[in-house]
Design a protein around this ligand. Structure first.
Ligand SMILES: C[S@@+](CC[C@H](N)C(=O)[O-])C[C@H]1O[C@@H](n2cnc3c(N)ncnc32)[C@H](O)[C@@H]1O
Length: 299
């Protein structure tokens, strides 16, 4: 099947290539220079995203919640390493699956899976903040997961409208987001506050996860369903708790340089808060929320 039917002919708008900048002197992590995205964009983050993908698939019991049947065209916005999209392409071998991200994944840094990308998968560079380069109604199912640190607060309504626009009438749109750790104790609360302040300085509000169902409603989706779960973080939560702990502390390491560069904390203050937060996980029974919402384009 031709991929060309997906493209938006009007502007052909494939985003210009975005490259992470040089490693930050404060934490040796690379970040995007020309986007508000808060998290790093480097090989360490690729590993974390893959790890997180497997954790989410395990804890959410699968890769999607919307009642999709046999979608023929699937779009993953902010596709990251492409892991989710690869798996969907294999699960629905008759579909065409597109992963769109502001950064093209570095093939050399991709951990081996079965060695090949499915033939029914394609990547396209795209910046959701500039509008997606796809025709109206091009996809049966549109998915966006964990773009909370990428989308400025004021842009959520039009980003969600864009997801609905590229989905066919009757097709499904699904979003999965997270939010700050809860019940982490004073050190974790301090880190969450630093990260929130650092993000807000870039226009990004990391507290909007609970509102994704509302954004779908506001963008005109119908049959919207929203739910959330909280994963235990720390050994008290058994296997899931240990997975979530690794993921959470991967994120905390990833934003240290940003927090320090904004003089919210010195790297030493940040490191000692991270140590204290880790020691407190089980005492306070820290939890990490995830929000899942899906809805249908009317028609
Ligand atoms: C936290 S990762 C999530 C990746 C993937 N959705 C997942 O669940 O594993 C966020 C992704 O959004 C991408 N991103 C950041 N800003 C973006 C933008 N403006 N448009 C498209 N993608 C963006 C990043 O490059 C990164 O791959």
């Amino acid at each position: 099947m031709s991929w060309f039917r997906f493209w938006r002919r009007k502007n052909g708008g494939v985003a210009t290539a975005t490259r992470p900048g040089a490693p930050d002197a404060l934490d040796d992590r690379r970040r995007l220079q020309d986007a508000p995205y808060v998290l790093p964009s480097d090989d360490k983050e690729i590993n974390r995203l893959d790890f997180q993908h497997y954790m989410l698939r395990y804890t959410l019991r699968g890769n999607f919640a919307a009642p999709i049947q046999q979608p023929m065209s699937i779009l993953d916005v902010g596709s990251g390493t492409g892991r989710w999209a690869f798996e969907m392409a294999r699960l629905f071998p008759n579909s065409n699956v597109i992963g769109a991200d502001i950064v093209a994944p570095n093939p050399d840094a991709m951990p081996a899976d079965d060695g090949t990308r499915p033939d029914n998968y394609a990547f396209i560079q795209g910046n959701i903040l500039e509008g997606l380069p796809f025709a109206d109604g091009a996809f049966d199912y549109t998915h966006m997961r964990l773009l909370l640190f990428a989308i400025p607060e004021a842009r959520w309504p039009d980003v969600t409208r864009e997801l609905v626009r590229v989905t066919r009438p009757g097709g499904w749109i699904e979003m999965v987001e997270t939010g700050p750790q809860r019940n982490g104790g004073p050190a974790m609360d301090q880190i969450v506050s630093w990260i929130t302040q650092a993000s807000l300085k870039r226009g990004v509000n990391p507290l909007l996860g609970p509102r994704i169902g509302e954004f779908l409603h506001g963008a005109g989706a119908v049959n919207v369903s929203a739910r959330d779960i909280a994963l235990p973080v720390g050994a008290y939560g058994g296997r899931v708790g240990r997975l979530a702990e690794t993921d959470v502390f991967g994120v905390l390491q990833g934003v240290k340089g940003l927090v320090a560069s904004q003089n919210l904390a010195t790297p030493e203050q940040y490191d000692s808060a991270v140590l204290a937060a880790r020691a407190d996980l089980n005492n306070y029974q820290c939890a990490l929320p995830f929000y899942i919402a899906y809805g249908q384009r009317p028609g």
